[in-house]
Design a protein around this ligand. Structure first.
Ligand code: GUN
Length: 720
């Protein structure tokens, strides 16, 4: 027999109530919430334990289900002498026999269900402190969707007024500061600002149970989107009363870290089974649709024949298993950078969820909340990108690279590989499959040999892609990389050319053909049409020309990757590489990028088509003139300012110089352009470069968090 699960280890005293983010996928995050009864890994669900009726005991939750934290109700304990006295005497953990994280609610939910309750805010908070809970909850005002706007406003106001007395009464016990405001998202944001200004540990979103019961997911998600920006980023967000696994991927993708619910037992009482795809009634089951330890050896028929308590016990265990498994799946998805993929898959399971999905995906980027969500996404991910829609380009995880390309990409110099280009036009290669260097590179080279000023683009399911970026994730790693005829309607192409600033140029489409001869004649025809004259095919005969085009394509690729991923103005890159050279691999891919004097600036990554700076590259960027000096009229650059700069304090400096990571709490300032997953330069307070790395946070988060790694340092500038 395996040994019983040991009790948790308390966190360090000074870390109690702190939240640390270990990994993130946009707003979704894998975190650790530190408490005296262990470190809770998030996203997590706190199953509701009723101290009077424990269908699954808290002890079983810990021992058998591996649950790290539960929630119970302080008001019920306070109200019943037989619970209250032992709780005060020996503490809540002993009362319910649970060694992990215990969160308590305050009685607000009872006031929503039953009307008035008999306890005041300060008294119930002090009581929670006295019984030793890990996170207490103040007495907030439940703002039901069916209340009037005046009542919502009053609820927000009263909750905010009670915040400071609650914090005093908690005497250092970490406290939940619920966000209220009914259906008015401006009020919700106001509530987030008011509550965020107080020293709460966690912010639950309250008053949403009726929305979930009414399957009003569009309103629910719009609310979460709206308030996210107004909440302190270093505190976990909790969705009060959310326990249906179907909602987890969405909520997590929108930044929710904690859930609590009694759904596992409430649904079980009704004979219903929770699944990530929806709810199933026991009466409709011939077979179990998934494996479950709790169901081993019994058929649906057998469970139907059980008495009510026995049946509820089994189904509650199944529901808890499914709930925990779906959360584990979500955490794994965050780990892999695939939470939006999972949310999309789930959106197909339920019509109301699908509507909510569409409401997020269809929103224009001008919406402030959605653009914050998009900006938080990593530009690139590893591995294959799965999508199920015909037009997934607005999925937030895929949208960011499109938006960044719009902002940072500029065409290459018109002069081209031989310095003599002048007839600019766009040639779109369509219906070709990745890897495009295999399917179309010969034709791209032919095009450039015949017209050095042509701009070869690839039509992909994610929109137009400059050929220079042909190997980048996500474009090259979609499940389907080739466009189909149906993807190529005029409006779409027009919009894409607009996005990339190419709408004023003549445009031609070259359709992929297996037969090389056919493709070559299409290229020739396009050049012929554009140049309005005979074309000189003798240029194709000279090997030196082919070599020059290859070199130019490599430089173009480096210039565009540094622009897209490092925010480097391409004017600088073209200058630096003018006489530079590339070290090539045996398979003909660029390994290292060197300047004329042999300085190694960067290396392309084969895995995701991105580019990694070297320390020399970081020094080069640090010494470059600022964007305003570059953006001269007529330049082909984008006026880009280079990677964001973070200043760290003198305690961190020696560590950064040795290549060690930057931790939160040591940063003095960060450029507002800082984004998670993107490169940054690290300077000391005098502005000297001391290292470079990949930020895990944006500028706001950089300054707000107090625990965890802020920048993964790639290399440091050693002391002389
Ligand atoms: N449980 C479910 N909803 C709520 C809420 O709005 N406030 C509190 N305190 N508990 C809840």
């Amino acid at each position: 027999m395996s040994s019983p699960r040991p009790d948790p280890k308390p966190c360090r005293e000074q870390d109690i109530g702190l939240f640390e983010v270990m990994k993130r996928d946009g707003w979704a995050r894998l975190g650790k919430f530190h408490t005296a009864h262990g470190i809770l890994t998030t996203p997590a669900i706190l199953p509701v334990i009723n101290p009077n009726i424990q269908t699954i005991s808290a002890r079983e939750m810990w021992d058998k289900f591996g649950v790290g934290g539960i929630i119970t109700n302080a008001y019920i304990i306070w109200k019943h002498d037989k619970l209250r006295e032992p709780a005060l005497e020996s503490g809540i953990h002993e009362l319910i026999d649970y060694p992990g994280v215990v969160v308590t609610d305050s009685g607000t939910f009872q006031s929503y269900i039953y009307g008035d309750i008999e306890v005041e805010n300060e008294e119930i908070v002090e009581f929670q402190h006295d019984i030793g809970v890990d996170v207490a909850t103040m007495l907030d005002v439940f703002t039901r969707p069916d209340m009037s706007p005046e009542e919502w406003e009053q609820g927000v106001q009263t909750t905010a007024e009670r915040a400071s007395p609650a914090i005093s009464s908690a005497q250092g016990t970490p406290l939940n500061g619920p966000i209220q405001g009914g259906l008015d998202n401006d009020l919700r944001r106001k509530s987030a600002q008011l509550m965020g200004a107080e020293s709460f540990a966690i912010h639950p979103i309250g008053g949403i149970v009726p929305l979930m019961e009414g399957r009003r997911y569009t309103e629910l998600f719009a609310m979460i989107l709206a308030i996210r920006k107004d909440l302190p980023p270093e505190r976990p967000i909790h969705m009060f009363g959310c326990g249906h696994p179907m909602l987890f991927p969405f909520a997590i993708a929108l930044g929710v870290d904690l859930f609590d619910s009694a759904a596992y037992v409430l649904f079980a009482r009704d004979g219903r089974i929770l699944t990530p795809e929806g709810t199933i009634h026991l009466d409709n089951l011939q077979e179990w649709p998934f494996p479950s330890a709790s169901l081993s050896g019994v058929t649906p028929e057998v469970v139907r024949g059980m008495n009510a308590d026995e049946r509820c016990g089994i189904l509650a265990r199944v529901n808890l298993e499914v709930t925990l498994a779906e959360l584990a799946r979500c955490r794994q998805a965050v780990h892999e950078g695939k939470i939006w993929e999972l949310a999309e898959a789930r959106s197909h399971c339920d019509s109301d969820l699908r509507k909510a999905w569409n409401s997020i995906i269809d929103r224009k980027n001008s919406d402030e909340a959605i653009s914050g969500l998009v900006e938080s996404q990593h530009l690139q991910r590893n591995g294959g990108i799965r999508y199920m829609d015909d037009s997934p380009i607005h999925r937030p995880d895929l949208e960011h690279i499109r938006a960044t390309m719009k902002e940072r990409w500029r065409p290459p110099p018109i002069t081209g590989w031989n310095g003599r280009g002048e007839h600019r036009f766009v040639a779109i290669f369509a219906i070709a499959e990745a890897p495009w260097r295999r399917s179309i590179e010969d034709c791209v080279k032919r095009l450039l040999l015949l017209n050095p000023a042509a701009i070869p683009m690839i039509a992909t399911p994610l929109g137009l892609l400059p050929y220079s970026l042909e190997d980048i994730n996500p474009y090259a790693h979609l499940m389907r990389t080739e466009t189909e005829m149906g993807d190529l309607d005029d409006d779409f192409i027009e919009a894409e050319l607009q996005r990339l600033g190419l709408a004023d140029l003549p445009m031609n489409i070259i359709f992929y053909a297996e037969d090389k001869g056919i493709m070559e004649s299409m290229v020739d025809a396009v050049v012929h049409a554009e140049q309005l004259g005979e074309i000189d095919l003798t240029v194709l005969d000279d090997q030196a020309n082919h070599q020059a085009v290859s070199t130019w394509l490599h430089r173009w690729s480096v210039a565009d990757k540094l622009a897209l991923f490092v925010n480097v103005d391409s004017v600088h890159t073209w200058q630096a590489l003018a006489k530079g050279r590339m070290v090539m691999s045996r398979t003909g891919r660029v390994k290292n990028i060197l300047t004329a004097d042999g300085t190694h600036l960067a290396s392309p990554r084969l895995t995701d088509g991105g580019i990694s700076l070297t320390l020399e590259g970081a020094k080069w960027l640090h010494d470059l003139p600022s964007a305003s000096e570059v953006d001269s009229p007529g330049s082909e650059g984008g006026g880009l300012s280079g990677p964001a700069v973070v200043h760290v304090d003198e305690d961190a400096e020696p560590f950064v110089r040795k290549g060690r990571n930057v931790f939160h709490g040591f940063c003095l300032s960060a450029d507002s352009t800082l984004r998670p997953g993107q490169p940054c330069l690290i300077c000391n307070s005098s502005g000297e470069l001391i290292g470079h790395g990949i930020s895990r946070v944006d500028a706001n988060e950089m300054m707000a968090f107090r625990k965890g790694i802020a920048i993964r340092v790639r290399d440091g500038v050693r002391d002389e």
